[in-house]
Design a protein around this ligand. Structure first.
Ligand SMILES: *Cc1c(COP(=O)(O)O)cnc(C)c1O
Length: 373
């Protein structure tokens, strides 16, 4: 069966291989069977292995998109009378703040401009002056812009002040090398449709078992989305508490096999050369990027809209979409950008083909090249 290959330059879901797509076609199975439990158990270990966790770490599955992990970590890991510090320089950390508000979780929002990294001295000062902070939260790659945060340094500071460090690695996990021990990460998270290049519907938190067990008696703020409850159920029954996304899990298993086959470093290098090809293509057309290159994670390029009356993102998007390439709007308030991401099972020739089409789209819309600002 031939499946049309689309090149997704949006920030997930990402382009997948045909073998991952086809891995979903399996005989019907009840997920309470031992055969399925064995698959989940292996998946649980592999997800920890991807970020080099020792046996002090475990992973916990949830059925949902990546935001479910953020919800789970924030609502489950906060003891009574303690606070969360959210270091916020982008749309995803803003989402974390919204989750805190939604659950009325005591929190401090440390707001930083979206094109800057946090000042570590200011983070330290915050932790020193607020001994009731228990959980420090930030985003590794702010996918809305492509800015990379210094998680190892923030993790070290968190531990220096006896805080638990949780980082949203949804858009870096299995793309940039992450080492939970060296990076001082207590909890990180990801979703199967991003780094591992699987399907949507399965998300996972990787974290320290001891800290999950300590959270047993923390206030329960959600029934479905509680970290301890889901963890404990799996330990006891080797099953997810509620119906898992069965076919997505088969695809994830195949995707992980392909991840280890490609290799962490080789995969990272592939994403890096795809990203370089994107920078080159944008530059050749005269596009300016929003985030300084040295601050980028190397996985998302945010290009600023041209100052050209003929520029119409929708039109350019549609032209490319009809030809098998998907581009995506930015996520920055007060600044109009679009994004080209180097996630997924793609390589440099795909980007060269994309730019040939993108250039035609600009011509088609009478947008001046080089781009005007
Ligand atoms: C994609 C992503 C998420 C999850 O978004 P969903 O739409 O819920 O899958 C969370 N955090 C970051 C940084 C992301 O890139």
């Amino acid at each position: 069966m031939a499946i049309k290959r689309n090149i997704l330059l949006n920030p997930g879901p990402a382009t997948t291989t045909d073998t991952v797509k086809m891995a979903q076609i399996v005989p019907d199975i009840c997920p309470r069977e031992k055969e399925f439990a064995n698959i989940l158990e292996q998946l649980q270990k592999d997800l920890v292995r991807i970020v080099h966790g020792s046996d002090e770490y475990t992973s916990v599955f949830f059925c949902g998109s990546g935001t479910i992990n953020m919800d789970v970590c924030l609502n489950s890991l906060l003891p009574e009378n303690k606070k969360i510090l959210v270091i916020n320089n982008g749309a995803y950390s803003t989402r974390a703040v919204e989750i805190c508000k939604c659950y009325s979780l005591p929190h401090i929002e440390m707001k930083i401009p979206v094109d800057e990294r946090p000042n570590l001295a200011a983070v330290e000062e915050m932790l020193k002056n607020n001994s009731d902070i228990h959980l420090v939260y930030t985003t590794h790659n702010e996918t809305g812009t492509g800015l990379l945060n210094p998680i190892r340094e923030i993790g070290e500071l968190s531990h220096k002040y006896n805080c638990v460090f949780t980082v949203d690695t949804t858009s870096t996990y299995a793309m940039l090398p992450i080492d939970v021990e060296k990076d001082c990460i207590d909890f990180c998270m990801a979703s199967a449709q991003k780094g591992i290049m699987g399907m949507t519907g399965l998300s996972y938190v990787v974290g320290k078992t001891k800290l999950i067990e300590e959270s047993k008696n923390y206030p329960k703020r959600s029934y479905y989305c509680n970290l301890y409850l889901q963890y404990e159920y799996f330990v006891r029954y080797r099953q997810m508490q509620f119906t898992p996304p069965v076919q997505t899990i088969y695809a994830a298993r195949q995707a992980i096999e392909e991840f280890f086959k490609e290799g962490e470093t080789q995969k990272y290098q592939r994403h890096a050369r795809v990203n370089e090809a994107i920078h080159k293509g944008l530059k050749e057309l005269g596009f300016k990027e929003f985030i300084k290159k040295e601050l980028q994670a190397g996985l998302v390029a945010s290009a600023i809209y041209p100052n050209d009356k003929n520029w119409d993102f929708e039109k350019v998007h549609d032209y490319c979409y009809e030809r098998g390439f998907t581009i995506y709007p930015g996520k920055i308030s007060g600044m109009e950008t679009f994004r080209l991401c180097s996630f997924g099972a793609i390589d440099v020739p795909d980007i060269e083909n994309f730019f040939a089409v993108f250039k035609k789209a600009l011509e088609h819309c009478n947008v001046a090249v080089p781009i005007k600002y």
